[in-house]
Write a protein that binds this ligand. Sequence first.
Ligand code: NCD
Length: 348
Amino acid sequence: MSLTGKHVLSSDLFDREELERLFVLADLLTPVARGRKATRVLEGAVMASLFFEASTRTRLSCESAFLRLGGGVVNSTGPEIMSIAKGESYADTSRVVSGYCDLLVVRHPEETAVHEFAAATNVPVINGGNGAGEHPTQALLDMYTLHREFARTGRGLDNRRIALVGDLRYGRTVHSLMKLITLYENLTIVCVSPAHLGMPAALLESAERRGHRIELSDSPQTALKDADLVYATRLQTERFAGQPTPYSDEFRIDKALVSRVCRDDTVIMHPLPRNSRPGSNDLAADLNSDPRLAIFRQTDAGIPIRMALFVSVLGAAEAVPDSLRRVAWYRPEYTGPDDAPFYRNTAG
Ligand code: NCD
């Protein structure tokens, strides 16, 4: 399968082989992501990022990835500053912007909007998050992170116990992640959520059809035991019509819980942002110095894997190896003060 020219609207697009090809390409591009090497492989290409919803990581990492590939970026954020506020359709907006760029990244609160954007253009549209639907590039970075974290501790992705925790109903990152992780073999997937925030039935059924075991739980205290991965998520407050009931204390993933129930090699991830307001009971900051917490390695992984996706969609993957050059400028050896043990002896 070739990704060249494809819209990336759902994780359904990828099979295991394609995913692993992207991991290899991301490894190759990691020195570029870390400012050790440079490439101009997408010189002359322009990406447009259209974000109709709040974003920190997805927009900035897509833009940074495209810039580090030598491309240029134009962007617009929020419907109020675009002509959509004057009644322009998504189709017209998409066709117009496509004439200005070679790839679009679109985030929109309505699930169908990215599909309307894609239907109106031959320029590849990447879904940067569509309402409570999907977030395929987040799932790529989550899988890439997990692959690296497990590899570091001598594990592969097959035969694992995976706990997905929190708002599994409205959390689009876990929807896309379910589709990618179930490309692997023989998993036990524990969906841990308050009863009204469960994983959509269609995703559970398709995981079972692929031969995985599904367990449902509303208690992190018991469900996180023996997990290889704990993937926590924020309550998607913006998707509720009224005021959502906050997570109970039980859903606070903190040092006390992790030291009581998790193994020494459990990987703890979260797509971020985590809600740090008092009473939110999200992933707690007291885990920050725990080496099992992979959240910043996860955000870092967003650059090389998105670079890998962009060069693939633009048909330039084969030109990457010969395009890599040394850089002449300063960049600290490790981005975060605690990074060294995880990045030693790895690419870049
Ligand atoms: C997520 C999103 O926007 O879906 N953020 C992200 O892109 N990393 C998760 C969230 O907002 O909870």
